[in-house]
Design a protein around this ligand. Structure first.
Ligand code: AHR
Length: 635
């Protein structure tokens, strides 16, 4: 392999490797958002008691001697319509229990903050006792709240777990009899990411942080579009006080997915402010994607007529003000009130997710014009259909080129072979065309989104082979992200996913390790690596790309061996003096079907060793099914 350190082909954009976040697979509620109470404000439309258990009932009972909870509607509160009125007849008997998101993960010795709003309605209820319970109602920690007022009042308490359990529940009992109103019952670990109250799950953010992502795309995915327009993602409903954020049935709720998740709703506790804040924490460019007035074309395909698009466009304009505007502007003021006076420095905005055909192009045009008229420097990401080799895709690409689109978001969910065979996808792409955002991709071991799909090593190294192709084309490929990002072991709708978690644990898949390897070795400049004068794009089942890093003064060469044989290659690093000693990082596994798992999260992880060259030359044995990264300092 000839590596020409002086042959700088293009800059590697800092955004080259990022993350795509969507609230699918319980990634937000029940996942990254550390709230442990499911249906905290009794707003789930299919059943406002979902997640809550009353005495003598699997779910809830409407008629029990010890007491009863009933849903009451506020006279006027569009963001939060319901609360529960608990009538306690017998203070020894009545219990209200929350089951959490497939249970609550509690850790011995750790403390949890409880929040609730309460108002005495009648009688003499004076205290609420709160307990973690395990199997057979064994108590695993307890606290209490003294209720003092008949006006709505916010109460807090702290509860410490005396045992570790993945599936605890939270039980409420009452002292006194009568009626008490309750709402916004929340429980969060004290130990969240950055210690923020009501914040994010620390282990999950850490996994994202370790990827060093160049951007954070949010909030999806299909949930941007909604199955119907009424159920699209509306960012304005996700900012401000959390109790006023209107709960919405998730687009990935039962009837639209492979798994039974009738309890899948969006509380929007993780809303647009929190996404911007997370982007900042990760050092990633925020990349919001907004509805363009088209509901999901796989579902209703509902369209906003062109002459009624204004509110949708205004949402985009106002979002830019929310992110970047001075605190004297209406939306900038709200950002400031939420705790961020400085702008979030939003540079990119996406118009529509996976929409296609003339309807999309018509809408993209007016969005683009309106955004650019007010914010000429804003970079607009346009969608493309989900079929990377279909007619609509070709049509969309052609039309978007004519419109001088800046970045096109392409999605590929294909077989591992497809990924290996498409490492050359952008080799002949028009260098003057729109830049590419490989916005969602993942090799599917069985078929797209099949429940049988695995995050296996064949998928992961095939993605690595493909990524060398993305990197070799960094001149046009500016952003890339695997999708979906996260999945709860018991609450998923889509496989494969990059990070798996349950209520206590989380791990990065082999695909995660591939992403991390490329992202943390992204470099700053693309250079050439050739074999017999040609790019290495699958000859002898080998793939390669190379970069230099002007910050660390390194040359970094990535070689993927997708064959089942070890292969010896000679590497010649020419053009600059190279330090003798360097580093070789190898990610490999023996079998195509190998995977990381909760039991063995580190089965496939990189191993680093020292390596030496002589005058820039070295000979190495590439392991079967391996991804190797060679790094040397240069001067
Ligand atoms: O990543 C899962 C889904 O795949 C996304 O929501 C959608 O954009 C794509 O079809």
């Amino acid at each position: 392999l000839e590596v020409d350190i002086n042959n700088k082909i293009a800059e590697i954009q800092p955004t080259m490797y990022g993350v795509f976040f969507e609230d699918i697979n319980f990634a937000a509620d029940g996942g990254l958002y550390a709230e442990m109470i499911k249906n905290r404000s009794f707003e789930f439309t299919v059943d406002p008691f979902l997640g809550w258990i009353q005495p003598n009932s699997d779910r809830h009972s409407f008629n029990n001697n010890s007491g009863i909870g009933s849903i009451v509607k506020y006279a006027d509160n569009p963001g939060n319509t319901n609360f529960i009125r608990v009538k306690v007849n017998n203070d020894q008997g009545y219990q209200l229990i929350n089951e959490g998101f497939r249970g609550m993960g509690i850790k011995e010795g750790e403390s949890y903050n409880l929040y609730l709003s309460a108002a005495k309605h009648s009688g003499n209820i004076s205290k609420i006792n709160v307990q973690f319970i395990g199997e057979n109602n064994v108590v695993l920690g307890e606290t209490s709240v003294d209720v003092t007022s008949s006006d709505w009042t916010d109460y807090t308490a702290q509860i410490t777990a005396n045992k570790t359990l993945a599936k605890a529940k939270l039980k409420f009992t009452f002292e006194g009899t009568g009626e008490i109103d309750l709402d916004m019952i929340s429980l969060f670990p004290v130990d969240t990411w950055k210690g923020r109250e009501k914040g994010l799950r620390k282990d999950l953010v850490q996994l994202l942080y370790d990827l060093d992502p160049g951007f954070l795309r949010f909030p999806g995915g299909c949930i941007v579009e909604g199955r119907t327009l009424a159920r699209r993602y509306q960012w304005k409903k996700t900012v401000g006080p959390i109790e006023n954020r209107e709960v919405l049935v998730n687009r990935w709720n039962t009837e639209f997915s492979h798994r039974l998740t009738p309890d899948y709703y969006q509380s929007f506790g993780l809303g647009f402010f929190e996404y911007f804040q997370l982007s900042e924490d990760l050092g990633a460019e925020p990349l919001p994607i907004l509805s363009c007035g088209m509901a999901c074309q796989f579902n209703s395909g509902e369209l906003v007529p062109m002459d009624e698009l204004d509110p949708y466009i205004q949402d985009a304009i106002d979002l830019i003000e929310f992110a970047n505007g001075s605190i004297d502007t209406p939306w900038g003021k709200l950002r400031n009130e939420m705790g961020h006076s400085e702008p979030f420095n939003l540079k990119y905005i996406g118009v529509g997710n996976e929409q296609w055909g003339p309807d999309y192009i018509d809408r993209y045009k007016v969005f683009g014009q309106a955004i650019k008229a007010k914010y000429p420097d804003m970079i607009i990401v346009s969608g493309s259909g989900p079929f990377p080799d279909g007619d609509y895709f070709e049509y969309g690409m052609e039309e978007l080129k004519k419109l001088n689109a800046e970045i096109i978001d392409e999605h590929y969910y294909r077989s591992p072979e497809w990924f290996r065979e498409n490492a050359t996808r952008y080799d002949s792409y028009d260098r003057k065309g729109p830049k590419i955002f490989a916005g969602e991709y993942a090799a599917q071991s069985v078929a797209i989104a099949s429940p049988e799909n695995k995050n296996n090593w064949e998928c992961a190294f095939s993605e690595a082979a493909f990524i060398t192709g993305l990197e070799r084309n960094a001149e046009v490929v500016n952003l890339t992200s695997y999708a979906p990002l996260m999945a709860h072991e018991e609450g998923w709708q889509w496989t494969p996913d990059m990070i798996w978690f349950n209520n206590l644990q989380s791990y990065g898949t082999a695909n995660y390790q591939v992403q991390k390897l490329f992202s943390t070795n992204r470099g700053t400049d693309l250079i050439s690596v050739t074999s017999a004068g040609k790019d290495l794009t699958g000859q002898n089942e080998l793939y390669a790309s190379a970069v230099t890093d002007s910050g660390t003064n390194e040359v970094i060469v990535k070689v993927v061996n997708t064959s089942n044989q070890s292969q010896e290659v000679a590497i010649n690093l020419k053009g600059k003096k190279v330090y003798k000693k360097g580093e070789l990082i190898v990610l490999k596994s023996e079998h195509l079907e190998d995977e990381n798992s909760f039991e063995n999260p580190d089965k496939i992880v990189p191993v680093t060793a020292e390596i030496q060259n002589r005058g820039g030359k070295l000979s190495v044995e590439l392991q079967p099914y391996s991804v190797s990264v060679f790094k040397f300092k240069i001067r």
